[in-house]
Write a protein that binds this ligand. Structure first.
Ligand code: EPZ
Length: 434
């Protein structure tokens, strides 16, 4: 398994191009199931979860061509005929695999999808997907770790999600696009990734109103057709690099990003004392000196994203005063805390709240990544730690950040990747975070 070796202490300076959003690309790839025509997606990030989704679709009989290059990161998917089974071997490595449930049952009348199980950040059930599909007429049974959903044709329904769920909203949006009649969904996730998926579905012929708000209405179509769609920029990758500039006392310009999607993060960074200048698709971030503490509380979009909580905590270790970090979305998303403490951070956790006492001098240590965003926070901490930090299990970070070490090296970070010769053949543990 690869590791990162990071020598801290260099302020980052330069320009970083932001990649396409993993969490948009995953549902958009699943949406290709809804048509027998070819679908082309551009600005696909070159990350491991996308490769997992490619394998998942291919295992069901889809033709998937995935190509990365200087000018285009593109995938072409054609689901002419499908064996609607999502096998446990793939689902266990990527929780977002359950996104195929809705589109499979809508297109083929049947889906057999392995239950994803828990993961490093919490239990992560999919009961809300199931309840909503049942309301649309699907008969759902569960046996041997698999969910089986059957419906000759899903029908429109009035769905009120008990709780806001991002992939749940996406799964049902896809199902509703091919259902018979109108579906009205309330208490939907408003995340930009939902809006991106709705945009793609619309270009496939779906009729959707209200995506990006809590109420979405879908007029189901008999048939959807092929389309070409460009994935929007990854707001979490961009947010991570904003913090990289802030924590190292550097200055970065992020290009090909969407500052509008980062309002809550930018607002917090300004509160901390970081300067952010926004362009239409760029952000220049500059740490002018003293960092002040600030409290964050994770919320659904447009609130502060849970996917930025761990990175913000790394920044809080360097701010003047005590910052309170409250995690409201997942019950177990503080796995990075113990590793940050091993690097010298002063953090106390009580329930959903972590109190971070700032201005802690961090020093290098051997640390372990536990999930995607936890790994990012360790990279950020290592960038300011004294000495050489070794981060193990960086396959977690490879799931969702495109060549993070190359991007960071390009702006002055002293980071390199090393392989572990003794364990090179070992498969990553089946920890599921996306
Ligand atoms: C998406 O996960 C993202 N993944 C996550 O990104 C992100 O952290 C999360 O949304 C929250 O923003 C993808 O988009 C692929 P949820 P998702 O359903 O959809 C509970 C990353 O680092 N819930 O919105 O799985 C659930 O337990 C990742 O890129 C139910 O109770 O999250 C949680 O407490 C990790 N029943 C809350 O809702 C359900 O049926 C929100 O989860 C579904 C969810």
């Amino acid at each position: 398994m690869d590791k990162f070796v990071i020598r801290g202490g260099t302020p980052l300076r330069g320009t970083i191009r932001i990649s396409g959003a993993k969490n948009s690309a995953l549902p958009c790839m699943a949406a290709a199931i809804l048509t027998e025509d070819e679908v082309t997606l551009e600005n696909i990030p070159d990350v491991r979860d996308i490769e997992t989704e490619r394998k998942l679709l291919a295992s069901m009989g889809a033709e998937v061509e995935l190509g990365y290059g200087r000018a285009h990161h593109r995938t072409r998917i054609r689901c002419a005929s499908l064996d609607p089974v999502a096998k446990y071997e793939i689902v266990k490595t990527m929780r977002a695999s359950s996104l195929v449930l809705g589109p499979l049952v809508a297109r083929t009348g049947m889906a057999r999808v392995a239950m994803p199980g828990g993961c490093a950040i919490g239990g992560r059930p999919i009961d809300l997907h199931i309840k909503a599909l049942q309301a649309m007429g699907a008969e759902i049974t569960q046996e041997h770790g698999y969910l089986e959903a059957r419906a000759k044709r899903l029908h429109g329904a009035h769905i009120v999600f008990d709780k806001i769920t991002v992939t749940g909203t996406e799964d049902l949006l896809m199902a509703a696009a091919l259902a018979d009649g109108e579906t009205c969904m309330e208490n939907c996730a408003c995340e930009p990734e939902v809006t991106d998926l709705a945009k793609m579905l619309t270009s496939m012929g779906a009729q959707i109103e209200g995506a990006g708000t809590a109420t979405i209405r879908v007029q189901g179509a008999e048939r959807l057709h092929g389309a070409k769609h460009r994935i929007h920029p990854d707001r979490i990758e961009a947010g991570t690099f904003l913090i990289a500039a802030a924590i190292t006392g550097g200055e970065l310009t992020l290009t090909s990003c969407n500052p509008e999607h980062l309002s809550s993060v930018i607002e917090k960074l300004r509160e901390v004392g970081v300067q952010c200048e926004l362009g239409p698709d760029s952000i220049r971030v500059h740490n002018g000196g003293l960092l002040r503490s600030a409290n964050i509380s994770t919320e659904e979009y447009p609130g502060f994203p849970t996917d930025m909580q761990a990175q913000f905590m790394a920044l809080a270790t360097q701010a003047e005063g005590t910052s309170l970090v409250t995690e409201n979305i997942f019950e177990n998303r503080f796995m990075h805390v113990q590793e940050l403490i091993r690097m010298g951070a002063n953090i106390r956790v009580e329930g959903r709240i972590a109190a971070v006492v700032g201005k802690s001098p961090l020093s290098s240590a051997a640390v372990m990544a536990s999930d995607l965003r936890a790994s990012a926070s360790l990279v950020l901490a290592a960038l300011v730690a004294e000495g050489e930090t070794i981060i193990d299990r960086v396959y977690h970070i490879d799931r969702g950040y495109e060549r993070i070490e190359e991007k960071l090296r390009g702006v002055g970070a002293k980071i390199r990747r090393i392989g572990n010769v003794f364990r090179e053949t070992e498969e990553p543990a089946a920890e599921v975070t996306a």
